[in-house]
Ligand binder design. Structure first.
Ligand code: NDP
Length: 328
C-alpha cells in the first residue's frame, strides 16, 4: 500500500477550510487510492477551532485519512508537505488601502514560502487560494528559490467553473458539453473569462452565443462579480464552491486534463501572450505528468486583447507594489 501523501492546509479553521478538509479526507483531492495525512496550519488564536475540526475529521472515519496534525508554526506545518493549500490570508477590511493589504499578506506568505523552501518534499505542489491570490503566490514563490517556480500556482478554477455554469445556462447545454473555456489574468474583478475558443457540443461557443452585448454586459460581469452576489444572498462569502474548485485544481494537476480540453489556472508566465515572464497569471492550461502547461498558439482577438491586457496590468501593479515594499 502507498504511503500517505502529506497535505498542508493553512487557514484550516476558516470557512473554506471547513468545507475543504472533508473533501480531502474522503479522497477527492488525489483520488480514491491515495491515503492522505493532513497538516493544518492556523494562527495561535484559531488553533482550538482547528482542533475541533480535527475531532470531526476523526468522526468521519475516513478510510483514506492517515491522521491530522495541527501547527501554529509554518516550518513545522510544511515539513514534508507534498501538497500545500494556502487558504489563510488577511482579508481586506474597511478603510484598508491596497498597500496595507499587500503588506499584511506579505507578512504571511513570505515566511510560508521560506518554510516551503526549507522543508517541503521534493515534489511539492502549492495552490494559493487566499486573496490577493496571484500576488500572494508570487510572494511565496520569491522566497522559495530552491523550489521550481512552476510548483507555485493560484486559483482561478472557481472563476472557470462559474463561467462554465453561466454559459451552460445561457445555451441550455450541460456543463459537460462545454470545452476549452479560459480565464485570463488576475483572480479579481478584472479577470477575463474567454469563450472565443470554447466549444459547445463541438461548435464554437462565441458563435453559438452570437451576442456580444451579452458577453460584455452580462456574462463577464456576472462571472467576475459572482463573489459579491454570493455574499449578498448568503450573508457570507462563498466557501464550499471555493473549496470545490481547490479540489478540482489539485486533482487536475495530479491526474491531468482530458484529451481535447483544457482548464484555467494561474501559473508562472513564461512570457506567452505578452504576459510578462514571472508574473503569476491565469491562462488556459493543460495538465500532463503532474505539470500544468500554458496552451500555446491561440489567436487573441481585439475584444480579448484589451481585457487580458487590463487584468495583466493590474498584476504588474500589484507586483510593483510588493517589490516596493521589499516583499519580493
Ligand atoms: P475563508 O476561509 O472564507 O477565506 C480564506 C481566504 O480565501 C480569503 O483570503 C478569501 O479571500 C480567499 N478566497 C479566495 N477565493 C475565494 C472565494 N471564491 N470565496 C471566498 N473566499 C475566497 O476565510 P475565513 O476568515 O473563514 O478563514 C480564514 C482562516 O485563515 C482563519 O481561520 C484565520 O485564522 C486563518 N489564517 C491563517 C493563517 C495562517 O495559517 N498562517 C494566516 C491568516 C489567516 P477574500 O477575503 O478576498 O474573500
Amino acid at each position: 500500500t502507498q504511503a500517505p501523501v502529506n497535505v498542508t492546509v493553512t487557514g484550516a479553521a476558516g470557512q473554506i477550510g471547513y468545507a475543504l478538509l472533508f473533501r480531502i479526507a474522503s479522497g477527492q483531492l488525489l483520488g480514491p487510492d491515495t491515503p492522505v495525512r493532513l497538516r493544518l496550519l492556523e494562527i495561535p488564536q484559531a488553533v482550538k477551532a482547528a482542533e475541533g475540526t480535527a475531532l470531526e475529521l476523526e468522526d468521519g472515519a475516513f478510510p483514506l485519512l492517515a491522521g491530522t496534525d495541527i501547527f501554529d508554526d509554518a516550518k513545522q506545518a510544511f515539513s514534508g508537505a507534498n501538497v500545500a493549500l494556502l487558504v489563510g490570508a488577511r482579508p481586506r477590511t474597511k478603510g484598508m488601502e491596497r498597500g496595507d493589504l499587500l503588506e499584511a499578506n506579505g507578512g504571511i506568505f513570505k515566511p510560508q514560502g521560506e518554510a516551503i523552501n526549507a522543508g517541503a518534499a521534493d515534489d511539492i505542489k502549492v495552490l494559493v487560494v487566499g486573496n490577493p491570490a496571484n500576488t500572494n503566490a508570487l510572494i511565496a514563490q520569491a522566497h522559495a528559490p530552491d523550489v521550481p517556480a512552476d510548483r507555485f500556482t493560484a486559483m482561478t478554477r472557481l472563476d472557470h467553473n462559474r463561467a462554465l455554469a453561466q454559459l451552460s445556462k445561457k445555451l441550455g447545454v450541460p456543463v459537460s458539453e462545454i470545452k476549452k473555456l479560459a480565464i485570463w489574468g488576475n483572480h479579481s474583478a478584472t479577470q477575463y473569462p474567454d469563450i472565443f475558443h470554447a466549444e459547445v457540443a463541438g461548435k464554437n461557443a462565441a458563435e453559438a452565443v452570437n451576442d456580444e452585448a451579452w458577453l460584455s454586459d452580462t456574462f463577464i460581469p456576472t462571472v467576475a462579480k459572482r463573489g459579491a452576489a454570493i455574499i449578498e444572498a448568503r450573508g457570507a462569502s462563498s466557501a464550499a464552491s471555493a473549496a470545490s474548485a481547490a479540489i478540482d485544481h489539485v486533482y487536475t494537476w495530479v491526474n491531468g486534463t482530458p484529451e481535447g480540453d483544457w482548464t484555467s489556472a494561474a501559473v508562472v508566465s513564461d512570457g506567452s501572450y505578452g504576459v510578462p515572464e514571472g508574473l503569476i497569471s491565469s491562462f488556459p492550461v493543460t495538465a500532463r505528468d503532474g505539470k500544468y502547461e500554458i496552451v500555446q498558439g491561440l489567436e487573441i482577438n481585439e475584444f480579448s486583447r484589451t481585457r487580458i491586457d487590463a487584468s495583466v496590468q493590474e498584476l504588474i501593479e500589484e507586483r510593483d507594489a510588493v517589490k516596493k515594499l521589499g516583499l519580493i
